[in-house]
Write a protein that binds this ligand. Structure first.
Ligand code: ZN
Length: 182
């Protein structure tokens, strides 16, 4: 991964773009938190727990759900943020034409083939999702469903290992709290 100088202007533009695209969405937790908290949490983990300063990675992190969960297109991302950021977002975007089980299986299968930038975004996404399941779980999820999500996330992360040992250790520490779900 070729690291370049941090560009706060581009990063903040990505935050503003994502906030606008997700403005009507809420997370699935009981309190229905604003959706944008989640993409911001990814950037927070990457920058403050992983020491990541790469503009492409941090921008792709805040944009990672725009194509999957809003009407944003890959072309739009390409026009506004350039080819590199757009392609990282597309790498971590599930194909919604496939079934939920198929999408989950493909995440496990594709993880080792992702670019380094996409691996970092995916790793941060799984860290944040496990933390949410512990601290602010989706309404109505049973213990079994939470445990199954933890185990699937660990399978995906196993396919990314070697990308960032410190963040992998952060993931492992969160995964170790699986016992608290009972
Ligand atoms: Zn996400």
């Amino acid at each position: 991964m070729k690291s370049s100088k941090f560009r706060p202007d581009l990063f903040i533009q990505a935050v503003a773009f994502a906030a606008d695209k997700h403005r009507h969405q809420r997370r699935k937790d009981v309190l229905a938190s604003p959706y944008i908290n989640h993409p911001i949490a990814l950037a927070h983990v990457l920058a403050n727990e992983g020491g990541v300063t790469d503009t492409v990675v941090l921008s792709a992190a805040v944009l990672h759900d725009t194509v999957e969960d809003t009407e944003t297109s890959a072309d739009e991302l390409r026009q506004v943020f350039g080819e590199q950021v757009a392609s990282v977002v597309m790498e971590v975007t599930d194909d919604k034409a496939r079934s939920k089980d198929e999408r989950k299986r493909l995440q496990v299968e594709h993880a080792p083939q992702l670019t380094d930038e996409a691996k970092l975004v995916k790793l941060a996404d799984k860290i944040c999702n496990l933390r949410d399941i512990i601290g602010a779980p989706p309404a109505g999820w049973t213990t079994e469903r939470k445990e199954a999500y933890f185990d699937w996330a660990a399978e995906v992360v196993d396919g990314l290992r070697g990308i960032h040992p410190r963040l992998e250790a952060v993931f492992d520490a969160v995964y170790a709290r699986r016992a608290e779900l009972r």
